[in-house]
Design a protein around this ligand. Structure first.
Ligand code: ATP
Ligand code: MG
Length: 441
């Protein structure tokens, strides 16, 4: 083990970490991805400290498969970049190195020093950390900056020990989510930690310590100030990591849903049973698809979450202004989408297909002839049909005969041909997307 300095924070006594030797824990290199090991070893061989940290260590200790691997080091982002040609530096608020191996990205974070003022570290007027880029910290400093005790465990590649500053291993065994340091302060520094609490409680099936519950209930209003782009990233992690239903329930319990889905939250609070059922079915569906390694998209989830509002408004435009169904839906979407965008962003590549799912709903009412077969060939048909099924199951039982007809139509040989040819057809309007630019947060 490298020279570990005892942990210090202004108001905290010094702390010696517990070091758990290789023979006393179950974190083995077999469970760590080859790429993560490569990064750990190369940093170490270049004379830097390097540790696996966060979900990688936590999930292996819990006998689960980690979703990704995060590494912590005393090398600066620039020094990391110099070691790996497949490395890019990202983030402004929190600068990080990404080492890219095809689809796998290993995130490497540099130890930060334990202060929040000065050039690279800034705490805004509200006590929120708006920038944290002062390097030169120790492992202990790094540990103190992390959110929960179970996320602050380190696996040291130099001797294969697990390092625990805050009794995180005990909390793991007791199924308890506890903040490192004073809970209230941690939520004020970064209100997104409240959403992270909901996510980990759901994913790990843990309970929240009383201090965590209290800090969230007192300070969650601060989530209103988080930029919509960051809120969207968190929404994806909450709803598309395989524990969407449980995460949603936690968000409702903790009264955090309004920051992510204000319209949906208002409906659920008003006791709308259709919205309740529809959202639950969609989340169950998404969780099942993830378990089966099937693709999921925020276009579908957002289409569901906003549908009750969009449908209600569209119906009003049809009735009051005599608009045909598709334009009425577009107009309703124009009203509703901006309200959602004030909470979380929703990139065009998702909002465009979301609209298509909506506008295909009235088109699905026509099941006759060649049109029907053409519709089956529409690249968005499957999503729109799944959406129709959900609506039916959520209470629009008059749609049942329509669902049955479409099920039959899809068995038709002509339908198969339409799907096949649509799959092969070039998509003329598809621009080649520029490499994804990470929105500065
Ligand atoms: P998973 O990857 O399974 O979702 P994780 O714990 O690895 O969970 P990440 O978002 O990948 O979560 O972050 C990695 C680690 O970085 C966390 O375990 C935690 O130690 C630290 N971390 C991430 N975000 C924050 C935050 N907002 N505040 C404090 N620490 C954080
Ligand atoms: Mg992670």
């Amino acid at each position: 083990m490298h020279g570990i300095v005892t942990a210090t924070r202004q108001d905290e006594p010094e702390r010696e970490p517990v070091v758990i030797g290789r023979s006393e824990h179950n974190v083995s290199r077999k469970k760590i991805s080859k790429n993560a090991l490569k990064v750990l070893y190369r940093l170490n061989e270049a004379g830097y400290e390097s540790y696996l940290v966060g979900g990688g260590v936590r999930d292996i200790l819990l006998e689960k498969n980690p979703k990704d691997f995060d590494i912590s080091t005393d090398a600066s982002p620039e020094q990391v970049k110099a070691l790996f040609k497949n490395c890019r530096l990202i983030g402004r608020r929190f600068r990080l190195a990404h080492v890219v191996f095809g689809r796998e990205i290993i995130e490497v974070a540099t130890f930060r020093a334990a202060h929040t003022t000065g050039d690279g570290g800034v705490t805004g007027e509200t006590g929120r950390i708006v920038r944290d880029n002062v390097y030169g910290g120790t492992l202990a400093d790094d540990a103190f900056r992390r959110d929960f005790t179970v996320n602050g465990l380190y696996y040291d590649i130099s001797d294969f020990s697990v390092i625990d500053f805050f009794d995180g291993v005990d909390d793991l065994h007791n199924g308890l989510l506890r903040f490192i340091g004073p809970a209230k302060e941690r939520v004020i520094e970064d209100p997104v930690r409240a959403l992270r609490a909901a996510r980990f409680a759901a994913k790990l099936n843990f309970s929240l310590e009383d201090d965590v519950l209290q800090a969230i209930s007192e300070e969650h209003h601060r989530l209103a100030d988080i930029p919509p782009a960051r809120m969207f990233e968190e929404a994806l992690k909450l709803f598309q990591s395989g524990y969407g239903k449980a995460s949603f329930a936690w968000l409702r319990d903790l009264d955090l849903l309004s920051y992510l889905l204000p319209l949906t939250d208002a409906r659920l609070k008003s006791g709308d049973t259709y919205a309740d059922k529809l959202t639950e079915l969609a989340l169950v569906n998404t969780d099942r698809r993830i378990k089966q390694d099937m693709p999921v998209t925020p276009a579908f989830i957002y289409a569901v979450m906003l549908w009750p509002d969009v449908a209600e408004r569209a119906a009003k435009y049809e009735k009051d202004e005599g608009m045909p169904p598709v334009p009425a839906l577009h107009k309703a979407a124009d009203d509703v989408i901006p309200q959602q965008l004030a909470a979380t962003s929703l990139p065009k590549r998702f909002s465009i297909p979301m609209r298509e799912i909506w506008t295909l709903q009235p088109r699905l009412r026509k099941t006759r002839g060649k049109r029907a077969m053409q519709l089956i060939g529409n690249p968005r048909f499957r999503a729109a049909y799944d959406f129709l099924l959900l609506r039916c199951e959520a209470g629009e039982s008059d749609l049942a005969p329509l669902c049955a007809t479409w099920e039959k139509l899809q068995q038709h040989p002509e339908a198969q041909a339409a799907i096949e040819s649509a799959r092969k057809a070039p998509r003329p309007n598809r621009r080649k997307r520029a490499p994804r630019k990470r929105t500065p947060d």
